[in-house]
Write a protein that binds this ligand. Structure first.
Ligand SMILES: C[S@@+](CC[C@H](N)C(=O)[O-])C[C@H]1O[C@@H](n2cnc3c(N)ncnc32)[C@H](O)[C@@H]1O
Ligand code: SF4
Length: 477
């Protein structure tokens, strides 16, 4: 049986797992015991230290793009809420930086995302980048990425980044097709894009952008034109995002009202495979399932995006909704921005929920995230024997030609491309499926709470394949 027969298209899973375990406020509510355990483990340096990646969240935007479901707030650059937020963010960073466990970490890759970090004034950007340097030992940092937006990035923003060690700047262009830009409420003009490209080049930055596919009504010709333009412009790193229509994205309401039809699984798979074939034929190499890089521009690769999915690195995440794994605890920070600011006193990790991560869960995580996002699992990361489920899944995948086993790793084959999340799902344990259902319950409660009575969410379902993660910390951008 071929891989496509193994996973019929209507059952093909899309992005169910950005992080694992799916820590959530429903199944992993904070208790006094957990808070004490988390603090206790942060107060013990781990022998030999660990490698780590670090994420900072800037949850502000100038406008709300119609497709966007991220944890953001629309405001003006000069709004006093920005200063209050940054002070709280720095207090949270300081809390962690003072702990023996974090002091013993080797921080290697940093990502500042959002929302839109280019919403910060030069002074605010300087404040954040300086705090990072002052609070953490950055001697082992190999790259520092920041997300910007075409409408809000400025030449002086970029100069501050250059001066303070940012090595990689990305932004969401999404599409060049005017009618789609209108529908997606993308306000930036071609002229602004050209200016930004000029500024980035002048400062020696590679061109890195996000594109959207599987947008309602987007044709294959339009998608192909966006890919071709990226190649022609020499974009060094192209992140392709499948457009997920979920609340609180404004487009969700329009799709629900029937103004636009949902994109079928088949059309989304065809567009993904078209991108994979087009970009690899043009010489791009795969970093994560959605990130394609020109091999001659190593500075454009998001290593943060890669190591997010490996047990080799802890994840320090700061800001509302940030998701991390530190000292064998998976956690999510409080998601509401106002609550985050209120609770960040400097003596509190500002958790929203947390769960302990055992060696067995780290190993499951390597399989689920490794197969889904990176299409491989290095054997060196696996610390325990294979479980019965892992052994059976590997045997089945190898038998059907979806995977090969080499001396050093398990690796998906070319035939498995497009089916990677269905394959990852083979490694999810029943216990984690229950946690995913809890995750859906927690986000549906939150969405109903945020949108008042406007949005009725469907009841949670055990089939998490169709549901997108509305986490705030991007994993592979
Ligand atoms: C967190 S956003 C930050 C980008 C930055 N604020 C900008 O607008 O350029 C990162 C990327 O997430 C992607 N994204 C946002 N909403 C999405 C959705 N509904 N489905 C898929 N990807 C989405 C977009 O490609 C976007 O560029
Ligand atoms: S895509 Fe970027 S600018 Fe648009 S709403 Fe989302 S985070 Fe904000």
């Amino acid at each position: 049986m071929s891989v496509s027969e193994l996973y019929p298209v209507e059952r093909v899973r899309h992005m169910p797992f950005f992080y694992y375990p799916a820590v959530n406020t429903d199944t992993d509510a904070l208790t006094a015991d957990k808070q004490a355990g988390f603090r206790r483990d942060l107060n013990q340096p781990k022998a030999g230290g660990r490698k780590a990646i670090l994420y900072l969240h800037v949850p502000f935007c100038r406008t709300h793009c119609s497709y966007c479901f991220y944890n953001i707030k629309v405001l003006k650059k000069t709004d006093p809420a920005v200063s209050a937020y940054l002070d709280a963010l720095v207090r949270q960073m300081a809390f962690y930086a003072a702990t023996p466990y974090v002091q013993n970490l080797s921080i290697e890759h940093i990502f500042i995302g959002g929302g839109t970090p280019s919403m910060l004034s030069d002074e605010h950007l300087r404040q954040v980048l300086t705090a990072l340097r002052e609070l953490f030992d950055l001697r082992n940092v190999q790259d520092m990425s920041i997300e910007m937006n075409v409408e809000t990035m400025t030449a002086s923003n970029l100069e501050v980044c250059r001066e303070l060690g940012v090595s990689r700047i990305s932004f969401g262009w999404q599409t060049s097709v005017p009618r789609l830009r209108k529908m997606l409420a993308l306000v930036a003009s071609e002229r602004r894009l050209a200016n930004n490209i000029g500024d980035l080049q002048r400062l020696g930055y590679s061109l890195i952008w996000d594109l959207l596919y599987a947008v309602p009504t987007q044709t294959m010709e339009e998608w192909d034109a966006d890919l071709q333009r990226s190649i022609d412009l020499g974009v060094a790193c192209i992140d392709i995002h499948r457009c997920d229509i979920v609340p609180p994205a404004p487009l969700y309401e329009l799709v629900r009202e029937g103004r636009y039809e949902r994109v079928t699984q088949q059309a989304a798979l065809d567009q993904y495979l078209h991108a994979y074939r087009t970009l690899t034929a043009a010489g791009y190499v795969v970093n994560t399932f959605q990130q394609f890089n020109r091999p001659d521009r190593p500075d454009a690769v998001s290593h943060y995006g890669r190591y997010y999915y490996r047990s080799s690195h802890d994840i320090l995440a700061f800001g509302p909704g940030g998701i991390g794994v530190v000292a064998d605890w998976a956690y999510m920070n409080a998601r509401d921005i106002d609550e985050f600011v209120r609770r960040s006193t400097g003596d509190d990790p500002v958790l929203g929920c947390a769960c302990p991560v055992t060696p067995a869960t780290w190993q499951e995580r390597d399989f689920v995230l490794g197969m889904g996002q990176l299409w491989s699992v290095p054997k060196a990361l696996l610390t325990g024997p294979l479980t019965a489920q892992q052994g059976a899944a590997l045997e089945k995948l190898i038998r059907h030609g979806a995977m090969v086993e080499t001396e050093h790793e398990y690796r998906l084959t070319e035939d498995a491309v497009g089916y990677h999340f269905s394959i990852a799902n083979e490694f999810v344990t029943p216990e984690q499926t229950a946690r995913n259902v809890g995750y859906l319950r927690s986000i549906s409660k939150e969405i109903v709470w945020r949108a008042g009575s406007r949005t009725e969410m469907p009841p949670p379902t055990a089939d998490v394949g169709e549901v997108t993660d509305t986490r705030s910390a991007p994993a592979a951008t």
